[in-house]
Design a protein around this ligand. Structure first.
Ligand SMILES: *Cc1c(COP(=O)(O)O)cnc(C)c1O
Length: 423
């Protein structure tokens, strides 16, 4: 990648370029993240720069959030305008931007109502509470069970980390929240068996929570047949079908929502990551049939404030106006076919490619001594940012504005990175 001198000084003085600056950071910031030794100080479109002026192609996009890339003029405008006008007042009052964003979301999905919050975990937390209230008041279930999938990811709050079907995230946090049961993803027989077994006892299945494509758990797309069977079982038993669209939503898969690929509609779904284009916002959306929260039952101080909603609306309208779903589809195909050619070159190390739209994973071969983290590090050296999705999958989630030339450059940088690792 080429380097470039910076036209502007960084806004924060400390560029984290020296060992001393990194040590000072680690002394005050909790060690919850295993960071790569990289500090980014500027971005433009699908490119970002570090303090030394080295340029990177950003196929992480803040972990599938910066849908319009960096410093997009529409976002700069929306952020500035909204901040000058009004940014936060609380939900004690009516907020026109919240109403306008809710209208856009309802018009572009199967949902009738929206609750706003600030993150994916918070949106899933709201969905879990709504499903429990529905179980108690509509289904008459005293001990409701929510089914979730192995390898799923739903967040880090106590309830959403319990919902997350990966033991590594549970360690040291017991007692976990009761009322969750895990099933294999995309396994119709296991689901039928589990629903029958659980419903013989005291407890009963009240809802199932799934990702349309499992993101953090390794980029596993949901099977159409499976999701249709889930819908059928929910209709037969009265269970609610909840989708976690935090990573898949707002165009990431080439449609507005991941469920559109699966030929079903959920009762409840959640959104966050891409919704604000990198400005924090989350949403829980539902059909009018489960719109049963009453005043005081759920809330969020920041949820749906004028700033976040004004910016998110500008992001959504830009995705629509610039027909970026078509770009997601085309660039996704280009990326997958490029990655497949790379896989063919290294069959001992790479097993394949999976994903939808611009949520894609390069899957390592069982038994290969390569890891997703090692490839990610080598890619950084080659000027490409990617993000592991588990130890065996390298994830590619670029901004939805990514160009044909940028996808081609990313594949070339990946090849360069692999060449340094595989001799
Ligand atoms: C990232 C993610 C979450 C958690 O979102 P946060 O904003 O980090 O709380 C939940 N579900 C899925 C599918 C995600 O990808």
């Amino acid at each position: 990648m080429s380097t470039e001198t910076l036209p502007h000084p960084p806004l924060v003085e400390n560029p984290m370029a020296s060992h001393e600056q990194v040590a000072a950071f680690d002394q005050t910031v909790m060690g919850t993240y295993a960071r790569f030794p990289l500090t980014l100080i500027r971005g433009q479109g699908c490119r970002v720069w570090d303090a030394a002026g080295k340029e990177y192609l950003d196929f992480v996009a803040g972990i599938a959030t910066c849908t319009l890339g960096h410093a997009h003029p529409v976002m700069v405008e929306a952020v500035t305008r909204q901040m000058q006008k009004l940014h936060h007042v609380s939900n004690l009052y009516y907020i026109p931007e919240q109403g306008a964003l809710a209208r856009w979301l309802v018009d572009h999905s199967c949902a009738d109502r929206v609750f706003f919050c600030n993150s994916g975990a918070e949106a899933n937390e709201a969905a879990i509470k709504l499903a429990r209230k529905y179980a108690h008041t509509v289904l008459n279930i005293d001990h409701p069970i929510i089914l979730t999938a192995h390898s799923s990811f739903h967040g880090r709050t106590l309830a959403t980390v319990t919902a997350t079907g990966q033991p590594k995230y549970h360690q040291h946090f017991s007692p976990l929240v009761p009322g969750f049961h895990y099933i294999p993803y995309n396994d119709a027989d296991a689901l039928r068996r589990t629903v029958v077994e659980l419903n013989q006892g005291q407890q009963r299945t009240a809802a199932i929570l799934l990702e349309p494509v499992q993101g953090e758990g390794g980029v596993r797309p949901g099977d159409r047949d499976y999701f249709q069977l889930v819908r059928q079982i929910c209709d037969e038993t009265g269970m609610l079908f909840i989708l976690d669209e935090v990573q898949t939503g707002v165009g990431r898969t080439g449609k507005w929502w991941g469920y559109e690929h699966l030929g079903i509609e959920p009762d409840i779904f959640t959104s966050a990551k891409g919704l604000g284009g990198g400005v924090p916002i989350g949403a829980m959306l539902c059909k009018s049939t489960c719109d049963i929260f009453e005043p005081g039952e759920h809330a969020s101080t920041y949820g749906g404030n004028p700033f976040a909603c004004g910016v998110a609306l500008a992001v959504c309208q830009t995705l629509e106006r610039e027909n970026l779903l078509a770009n997601v589809e085309a660039r996704g195909q280009q990326l997958r076919s490029g990655l497949e050619q790379v896989v063919q070159r290294y069959p001992k190390h790479l097993a394949g490619v999976r994903g939808r739209g611009l949520l894609n994973g390069l899957v390592l071969q069982e038994g290969s001594d390569l890891t997703a983290a090692a490839i990610t590090k080598a890619a950084i050296a080659a000027g490409l940012l990617v993000v592991p999705a588990g130890p065996q999958v390298v994830r590619f989630v670029p901004p939805l504005i990514v160009s044909e030339a940028e996808v081609a450059a990313a594949i070339a940088a990946l090849e360069q990175a692999l060449a340094t690792l595989i001799t």
